[in-house]
Ligand binder design. Structure first.
Ligand SMILES: Nc1ncnc2c1ncn2[C@@H]1O[C@H](COP(=O)(O)OP(=O)(O)OP(=O)(O)O)[C@@H](O)[C@H]1O
Ligand SMILES: [Mg+2]
Length: 280
């Protein structure tokens, strides 16, 4: 009996290296998105291709209007591309109907937005339970899982608080608990620290790092280089195209970001906006 040679990457003899690669969790090919209203046409994305493997932590940066949120919405199936295809967890989502999309979205993706998007009349735990309501879980199990999710973000003591009784950082932690409660493989976060001070932002990033260490794939849009440094890979968009794609640590300071002033002494005096030049 002849035994077939077993290669370290489990690739059968004669097959190209590409064959052995696992299915990427997100695969976008040549995504275009045109918004048109009347005679005005905006090419928000002009051919973006992106392959994201399971367990990656990817930051997306780029100037305002470069297409970051548009790309996130397309990856997250909240919007459809005008051209190109997107596979989510190996499933071709571009041609799916509304119900099919909602099912894939609910199962595979957790969303976190800059403005938290919590329901103001619901307590923290009720907000966190929502994806489980859509998934049809019984009330008791929903409560248990939502309690666990709040615990994971360090907020079990605030379960019965309403959003207006929580700080911005705590609200965002509730939103993250809601994003992770159904056990999605992918977490998409569009400027999750954009409305938070540095301390709260760092706490949020520590939670994302933990989720990623637990196996979640994270795609996070940010305007802040310090935030992007928590990721392992950085994609920079410009004018609807990928300008660069590489390790987050090796990324040079993108030209669109204002310079960092190492200490307050070298910061320009008011009325120059301190925030805009990233003064401590
Ligand atoms: N619904 C829409 N209708 C028309 N144009 C839109 C729509 N949504 C976005 N755009 C345009 O598409 C382009 C990309 O927008 P997008 O929101 O993706 O940018 P962004 O990179 O997320 O910017 P920011 O950093 O300001 O959030 C912009 O020129 C924007 O004006
Ligand atoms: Mg945006």
């Amino acid at each position: 009996m002849t035994r077939r040679a077993i290669r370290p990457d489990h690739r059968p003899e004669g097959k190209p290296a590409e064959w052995a690669k696992p299915t990427p969790v997100i695969l976008c090919e040549n995504i275009g998105k045109v918004y048109s209203s009347g005679r005005i046409r905006v090419d928000a994305l002009r051919g973006v291709s992106l392959r994201i493997e399971e367990g990656e932590f990817l930051a997306v940066m780029g100037p305002s209007g470069s297409g970051k949120s548009t790309l996130m919405n397309i990856i997250g199936t909240l919007d459809r591309p005008t051209s190109g295809t997107c596979l989510l967890a190996g499933i071709e989502v571009s041609g799916m109907d509304g119900n099919g999309l909602a099912r894939v979205r609910n199962r595979e993706i957790g969303f976190v937005f800059q403005n938290f998007n919590l329901f103001p009349r619901m307590t923290a735990i009720r907000n966190v339970e929502l994806p489980l309501v859509y998934a049809g879980l019984p009330a008791r199990e929903r409560g248990l899982r939502a309690g666990e999710a709040l615990d994971r973000v360090g907020l079990s003591g605030r379960a019965l608080h309403f959003p207006n009784e929580l700080s911005g950082g705590q609200r965002q932690r509730v939103a993250i608990a809601r994003a992770l409660v159904a056990g999605p493989r992918i977490i998409l976060a569009d400027e999750p620290t954009g409305n938070l001070d540095t301390g709260a932002g760092e706490e949020i990033m520590a939670i994302f790092r933990n989720l990623n260490a637990g196996g979640a794939t994270i795609v996070l849009v940010t305007h802040e280089r310090e935030i992007a440094r928590h990721a392992s890979r950085l994609v920079v968009l410009r004018d609807g195209l990928v300008e660069s794609d590489g390790p987050a640590s090796a990324a040079p300071a993108p030209a669109f970001l204002p310079p960092i002033f190492p200490d307050s002494a070298s910061c320009p005096a008011a009325p120059f906006p301190r925030e805009a030049v990233r003064c401590p």
